[in-house]
Ligand binder design. Structure first.
Ligand SMILES: [Zn+2]
Length: 489
């Protein structure tokens, strides 16, 4: 059997975080009662005129610049003509021949292999309304025009991806960048970040692209992988069985676990694109482009590199902490606050302490909703808590229960520790008394220790901590035990 190479290009539709729609002032709030955010423009009533939303242009431009695109000073809105109930005007306003942005790139890495993906274009377009099938007696379709006219940017990649894992990685990195810029909320469930995948195969070594199938509207990273894997296997079966691939649009059916045909190329519509006479060419000044470029924030990849270099984090830790812009901000604020409180700590040590605590404890209670993350305690409280551990006042174990109390009461960690008398015992005499009892009760282990089996130290520490109900300062317990063991005959 011949060996085949997979070729994938992705088209991502990302909803922009504007308050209102692309060509009218209607709100884009998600979940409002049907047909309450509508006006003559987004209902396509005769005589209404669209006016472009400057905030949408600015956001699309910011995304484009972060992805290395060139921004066109004059771009054009066109009418894409088709008749469908979710499109009241009978055309969608989209950019066609002259898009706002083009020629960017995004580099992704999967298992040590890097892949440069060309971003062919990023253009603006309006979303369609939403059809709700099976309404009423089960046979009707209702249309909710709240979504009609919502500002989208379509990000079109070249046919540069070679596996479903690369496609998933590309989507994750892209989503992370858009969220970091604040131009998209990354919400896959609500459909504000969705993708179509163009998938084809060709014999290894062949330059010419194979016939592609377009997989429509995939709204989860898991489905992207499954849909592409299924589609590649299907195409290989067809081609190696002597058949040919028909160019068609297919949809992923999760229940059946397969892609199913929607419409073939022969049925494809001629959209009769032409420039929208109601909208002048979109002009962006070079000054506006440069101002947007200068205002770009530090992007996730640069952040990860900085966390590795400056704070000594592992790549895995840095990846979790930079995955959401709010968590990255929270992490950095906590590190800064901890350094201010515990001035003997190095940046490396502070970074690692906060990274561990935030990932293992704080994020368990965090709730993310798009660009917002609800964190259980403030970054100041994280720093205060970790400073108490650092000074030896409480143990790392106690820090977890203090966190729970801070979450429940909203009181500061120091107050919780004081009120509950949690300060760990740093009184050497008390530790020594407990340690002497433990050693006396475990003579065989003491003998082992003296015979060179120093790993029984962990056992002694555990026993002393148990005797002190977890309140002993572990560092002091260690010191005292070592002293006693070296003294004993
Ligand atoms: Zn409207």
């Amino acid at each position: 059997m011949a060996e085949y190479e997979t070729v994938i290009g992705l088209e991502v539709h990302a909803q922009l975080t504007t308050k209102s729609k692309l060509f009218c002032g209607c709100s884009i709030e998600f979940g409002a009662p049907p047909n309450t955010h509508v006006c003559p423009v987004c209902l396509g009533l005769p005589g209404s005129l669209p006016v472009v939303n400057a905030g949408a242009v600015e956001r699309a431009m910011r995304a484009a610049l972060a992805l290395g695109c060139t921004v066109r000073e004059h771009s054009v809105f066109a009418r894409k003509n088709y008749f469908y109930p979710d499109l009241a005007k009978n055309y969608q306003i989209s950019q066609y021949e002259l898009p706002l942005n083009e020629n960017g790139r995004l580099v992704v890495e999967v298992e040590g292999t890097t892949r440069e993906v060309i971003i062919q274009r990023i253009h603006l377009e309006e979303d369609a309304a939403k059809n709700i099938h099976g309404a009423g007696s089960g046979e009707s379709t209702l249309v909710d025009y709240n979504r009609a006219g919502t500002a989208l940017m379509e990000i079109v990649s070249g046919p540069d991806l070679r596996s479903s894992s690369e496609a998933e990685e590309y989507l994750k990195r892209l989503r992370e960048i858009l969220m970091c810029l604040g131009v998209n909320d990354g919400n896959l469930e609500e459909g504000s970040f969705r993708c179509d995948a163009n998938v084809s195969i060709r014999p290894v070594g062949q330059k010419k692209l194979g016939t592609r199938c377009e997989l429509k509207n995939i709204n989860s990273f898991r489905f992207v992988r499954k849909a592409i894997d299924y589609e590649v296997a299907r195409q290989i079966t067809v081609v190696s069985g002597g058949g040919t691939i028909r160019q068609e649009t297919r949809t992923w059916n999760e229940t059946q676990g397969k892609t199913l045909p929607m419409r073939s190329k022969e049925e494809a519509m001629d959209y009769r694109y032409f420039p929208d006479p109601d909208l002048p060419a979109l002009a962006v000044t070079p000054e506006a482009i440069e101002a947007a470029r200068a205002a770009l924030p530090e992007l996730p990849e640069a952040k990860r590199a900085r966390y590795l270099a400056e704070l000594g984090l592992t790549a895995a830790d840095a990846s979790v902490l930079t995955g959401h812009p709010e968590i990255a901000r929270y992490f950095e604020a906590s590190v800064a606050a901890l350094l201010a409180r515990a001035n003997k700590l190095t940046r490396d040590a502070a970074g690692k302490r906060v990274a561990n605590f935030v990932q293992s404890e704080v994020l368990r209670y965090a709730k993310a909703d798009g660009l917002r993350v609800e964190l259980p305690v403030t970054s100041d409280h994280v720093a205060e808590l970790l400073a108490l551990v650092e000074s030896g006042e409480i143990s790392g174990k106690q820090a977890k229960s203090v966190l729970a109390d801070v979450m429940a009461s909203g009181k500061s960690p120091a107050k919780v520790v004081a009120e509950q008398g949690l300060s760990q015992v740093s009184d050497t005499a008390a530790i020594e008394a407990a340690a002497r009892e433990v050693l006396a009760a475990n003579a065989p282990n003491v003998a082992l220790y003296k015979a060179g089996k120093t790993n029984v130290m962990g056992f002694f520490v555990g026993q002393v901590m148990k005797a002190m109900k977890g309140a002993g300062n572990p560092r002091l317990v260690n010191e005292v035990l070592q002293k006693l063991l070296s003294e004993a005959p």
